[in-house]
Design a protein around this ligand. Structure first.
Ligand code: SF4
Length: 313
C-alpha cells in the first residue's frame, strides 16, 4: 500500500493472495508472473521485493515469518518503519513506528522545528517516539499514534479541540500547530522524453525487458530511444542510433505520464526498422503479449492499438 490508496490497492491484494495463498507459493513464483499481477499499480520494486522476501523466509526461516526485529529488517523491501509496525502489531515487541503521520504528531507534541524530511531527522524523531512508546502495548500505541495523525492531528487544521493529548502538546500551547511540522522543499520533477517504436514483423511486434537502475525495472516495453528534448525523431536519427536502414517512421500517439519525481513525455511511432535492433528483443503476437508485464502507459497504448482491426496484420 506504500504510496497507494487502499481502494486502489485492494483488488491487487486480493488477486495476489489468491494466486499465492502462502509464503512458499510466492517464493516459487517467477518474477515476470509477479510483475504481471502488479501491472498498473506502479512502484514495481514492491512486487520484486515481496518475491525476494518470500524466498528469504523460505531459505532462512523454514518458511515461517520471523518475529524478531533484527530478522524482519533483513527482509528485502522492509525498512525500519515496516519492521517496527510488524513486530509491534503482530508480535507485541517494543518498537516505535515512525511514518509521516507520526512525524507530524511528534513535531507538534514536542514543538520540534527540525524539518521532518531533513537527513538527520530520523534519529531525533525516533528518540522521541521511543521515549513515548508504551512498552506493554506497543502495537496499540503505534496504531493510536498513526490514527491520531490520520484523523485528528491532520496536516491542515488539526482538530485540537477533540485531541486526547492536547494537555501535553507544546505546539498547541505555543499556537504553532499550523506551522509545525517544518518540511524542506520537495524534490523537483524531472521531464524525460521517450520515443517508442512499434515494429511489426508479419503478425508480431518486438518488445524487450527493461534493465535495472531505472524506472520499470524488469517490465517489458517496445524498442525505445530517449532524447533530451521534445522534438520528434527523424528517420536519419533512428538509423544513426540503431544502425538500421529505416525507411518508414510515423508518429501515431503522444501522451504524458506522471510518476512521483518524473514527468514522461512519450511519443509512439510506427516504424519499419530493418534490420531490427537485435539487443535482447522478444517477438510476440497479441496473445503472447498478455504474459508480459508492461508499464501502465505501454499497456494502455497497446490495448488501444490491439483493438484496431488491422493492428497485427
Ligand atoms: Fe496535534 Fe493539536 Fe493534538 Fe497537538 S493538540 S497533537 S497539534 S491535534
Amino acid at each position: 500500500m506504500q504510496q497507494t490508496r487502499v481502494a486502489q490497492g485492494t483488488p491487487y491484494y486480493l488477486k495476489f493472495v489468491e494466486s499465492y495463498p502462502g509464503i512458499a507459493d510466492l517464493a516459487r513464483a517467477d518474477e515476470q508472473e509477479v510483475l504481471k499481477l502488479w501491472q498498473g499499480l506502479g512502484y514495481y520494486s514492491r512486487g520484486r521485493n515481496l518475491l525476494k522476501a518470500a524466498r528469504q523466509i523460505v531459505d532462512d526461516h523454514d518458511g515461517v515469518f520471523p518475529s524478531e526485529y533484527h530478522d524482519v529488517i533483513k527482509l528485502k523491501g522492509i525498512g525500519p518503519y515496516t519492521a517496527a509496525a510488524i513486530v509491534s502489531i503482530a508480535f507485541n515487541k517494543p518498537y516505535a513506528v515512525l511514518d509521516g503521520n507520526v512525524y507530524r504528531v511528534l513535531a507538534r507534541i514536542f514543538a520540534l522545528d527540525l524539518p521532518i524530511n531533513a537527513p538527520n531527522a530520523r534519529p531525533v524523531f525516533q528518540k522521541q517516539a521511543d521515549l513515548l512508546l508504551d512498552k506493554k502495548n506497543p502495537g496499540v500505541f503505534n496504531e493510536a499514534m498513526m490514527e491520531l495523525g490520520a484523523t485528528v492531528c491532520t496536516p491542515q487544521n488539526p482538530d485540537c479541540k477533540r485531541c486526547p493529548v492536547v494537555p501535553h502538546c507544546k505546539a498547541f500551547s505555543k499556537n504553532l500547530q499550523n506551522i509545525l511540522p517544518v518540511k524542506l522543499a520537495a524534490r523537483s520533477v524531472k521531464t524525460r522524453y521517450l520515443h517508442y517504436f512499434l515494429i511489426k514483423k508479419s503478425s508480431k511486434i518486438l518488445i524487450r525487458k527493461r534493465k535495472a537502475g531505472d524506472i520499470w525495472q524488469g517490465l517489458y516495453e517496445l524498442p525505445m530511444m530517449e532524447t533530451s528534448g521534445s522534438e520528434l525523431l527523424s528517420i536519419y536519427t533512428i538509423n544513426d542510433q540503431f544502425d538500421t536502414k529505416t525507411t518508414f517512421l510515423k508518429p501515431i500517439n503522444k501522451i504524458v505520464h506522471k510518476l512521483t519525481h518524473q514527468k514522461l513525455e512519450i511519443v509512439f511511432y510506427e516504424a519499419d526498422m530493418n534490420p531490427v535492433p537485435a539487443r535482447e528483443m522478444v517477438l510476440t503476437d497479441a496473445k503472447g503479449l498478455k504474459q508480459y508485464p508492461l508499464p501502465r502507459p505501454l499497456e494502455l497504448f497497446l490495448n488501444d492499438y490491439l483493438c484496431k482491426p488491422d493492428s497485427f496484420s
